[in-house]
Design a protein around this ligand. Structure first.
Ligand SMILES: Nc1nc2c(c(=O)[nH]1)N[C@@H](CN(C=O)c1ccc(C(=O)N[C@@H](CCC(=O)O)C(=O)O)cc1)CN2
Length: 231
């Protein structure tokens, strides 16, 4: 491992990589449409009026438009019951023009998130949050049909930036179901030696200092600073 003075920060140009990926997807969508006479369809479901969720969903719908994916918008009221939401998910499962379904999280408190996610057709679970897909991600020699997108994006950024993962010491900061936990499983599948640092971890700094790769997924900025000498 390089000595501390040899560490040199490289900022990954995520926007440029995203643009390259979008061009590749647009071409793939064009080819699929030509071959099957059908465009891929993604249903993006949002419940309630959370500003942050609306903004993420807006970005997802815009990205669909940019690459030629047909977006099916389902904006549902905060008060919708769990049964009604599950029935909307079943409708989308049965719609042959919808190939992927995203239910934006978090859901309102009166709705059981686990129940709703488990009702999404496995083959349309593009977030990879269905218990079977997540379960396969957690098991050796099993492959989920889909992997959660932000964790997958982290590994794609590393891959496209020429960073090899095999055998490296990777530290994940945070253990959320959406990013921290699945990204640690993906790193493990990629043969990294993985440590997850979380709010109850002792001696967080010294663990982070030893890392070759750090994925900061604690939901707040500046958790890892230059003082750790690891970026
Ligand atoms: N159905 C889903 N719901 C939610 C997901 C998801 O993947 N699927 N993730 C989050 C919200 N979200 C996307 O929907 C999302 C939020 C934040 C980020 C992210 O990378 N944040 C960066 C900062 C980025 C920036 O502001 O420039 C960070 O935290 O470091 C990605 C995706 C919850 N709901």
């Amino acid at each position: 491992m390089a000595s501390q003075s040899e560490h040199k920060a490289t900022v990954i140009d995520g926007k440029l990589i995203a643009q390259t990926i979008r061009s590749e997807i647009a071409e793939e969508v064009r080819q699929l449409s030509e071959k099957y006479g059908k465009v891929p369809g993604l249903a993006v479901v949002i419940v309630g009026n959370r500003k942050d969720s609306q903004s993420y969903v807006g970005m997802k719908r815009k990205a669909c438009a940019e690459v030629g994916i047909q977006s099916f918008d389902m904006d549902l009221p905060e008060q919708i019951s769990e049964a009604e939401l599950v029935s909307k998910v079943h409708e989308l499962n049965a719609n042959p023009d919808v190939h992927g379904i995203l239910v934006q999280l978090p859901l309102p408190k009166h709705i059981n998130e686990e129940k709703v996610l488990s009702e999404i057709s496995l083959a349309k679970d593009v977030d990879g949050f269905h218990p079977l897909n997540i379960g396969k991600l957690a098991m050796k020699d099993r492959e989920p049909l889909f992997q959660p997108c932000t964790p997958k994006g982290c590994l794609e950024l590393l891959h496209r930036s020429g960073v090899s993962i095999k055998g490296k010491r990777a530290v994940v900061v945070g253990r959320s179901n959406i990013v921290g936990l699945p990204v640690s499983l993906l790193l493990l599948k990629a043969d990294a030696t993985v440590t997850v640092v979380h709010s109850r971890s002792n001696d967080q700094e010294s663990i982070i200092r030893e890392a070759d790769i750090i994925i900061a997924a604690a939901g707040q900025p500046m958790m890892v600073t230059g003082h750790n000498d690891c970026l």
